[in-house]
Design a protein around this ligand. Structure first.
Ligand SMILES: C[S@@+](CC[C@H](N)C(=O)[O-])C[C@H]1O[C@@H](n2cnc3c(N)ncnc32)[C@H](O)[C@@H]1O
Length: 285
């Protein structure tokens, strides 16, 4: 194929109808997933973006005094932050107004950076579409600017990495899986035990003791595992979950629970039976 074949002929714009060009093209916001802690789980696509020196890195912190967990993943990977990089405050609070204020402030900061024409990377721990502050940031940015360009680089979630570290399948054959923030409470979690073969319990910190009591009552302690800061140098794996009773755990921790005794309903297997008409049509072909 010659080069000419690749060129598209564009009509000359009619003077006066020429569209007003923006003075500077706005940048794109990238939600860049870095996986839950092991730099080896950063995808090639994320890596290519993170190597670019012409971007601005942003990353969430829960308090201005705290280090950023996700920035540490990038630094441990041997990556160098670009000249401009800054934290965005996403506080841990249930105060809806306070949260909305901080999401707005973060989105305004990103909007102003994008207006300078630079691409902005928002570094995400785990996967950017899974319980991530990136979801709020992207939503509020779209509210501020419906034309904002947003791109998401998917990544490894904490629970996928946890299953690998624990050598525990997330699902086999016809297993059902529920991924639930434990904050729904013990009654809700107990109900789910009847419907799901695997429960991934996220954000377990405030309810851990109650969850341990539930697992003991349901005879599931032997089928449960705890993991904290999966993939990071501070990773902690606990097989004897009952031993955690009364102890303080990190926010970045989860429980994987299998329910091998779950009663399953009837399942439809194999192919649908063909009707007589369909069989006749087949023989006529
Ligand atoms: C705001 S969510 C972030 C989820 C993350 N985007 C993901 O893809 O897994 C935070 C919760 O995810 C789980 N989590 C995140 N990172 C983890 C890690 N490295 N080890 C264990 N659990 C983790 C914990 O349950 C934590 O409370």
């Amino acid at each position: 194929m010659t080069e000419g074949n690749l060129n598209t002929v564009r009509p000359e714009p009619v003077e006066g109808l020429r569209q007003a060009q923006p003075e500077r093209t706005r940048g794109t916001l990238y939600g860049v997933s870095l996986g839950p802690g092991d730099p080896g789980l950063i995808t090639r696509r994320a890596w290519a973006l993170l190597e670019r020196a012409d971007t601005v890195w942003t990353y969430p912190v829960r308090s201005l005094r705290k280090e950023s967990y996700v920035l540490d993943i990038a630094l441990r990977a041997g990556l160098t932050p670009p000249a401009r990089h800054q934290s965005l405050l996403f506080p841990m609070t249930h105060d809806v107004e306070k949260l909305a204020r901080h999401w707005l402030k973060a989105a305004e900061t990103v909007r102003d950076l994008l207006a300078t024409g630079q691409d902005v990377l928002f570094l995400v721990e785990g996967d950017a579409s899974t319980y991530a502050s990136f979801c709020y940031l992207a939503r509020v940015l779209r509210e501020l600017d419906s034309a904002a360009q947003i791109d998401i680089v998917p990544g490894v979630t904490s629970f996928n990495a946890a299953c690998a570290r624990l050598q525990m399948p997330l699902s086999e054959q016809d297993d059902t899986i529920a991924i639930v923030p434990a904050a729904y409470g013990i009654a809700a979690v107990e109900k789910m035990l009847d419907d799901f073969d695997t429960l991934v319990l996220m954000k377990v910190k405030p309810l851990l003791d109650d969850l341990i009591d539930l697992l003991a009552r349901r005879g599931l302690l032997a089928h449960s595992r705890f993991i904290e800061k999966a993939g990071s140098p501070e990773e902690r794996i606990v097989h004897d979950v009952a031993a955690l009773k009364g102890s303080k755990v990190n926010y970045l921790s989860l429980l994987l629970v299998k329910n091998p005794e779950r009663e399953r309903g009837e399942m439809i297997r194999g192919c649908r039976k063909k009707t007589t008409v369909e069989l006749e049509e087949e023989t006529q072909k």
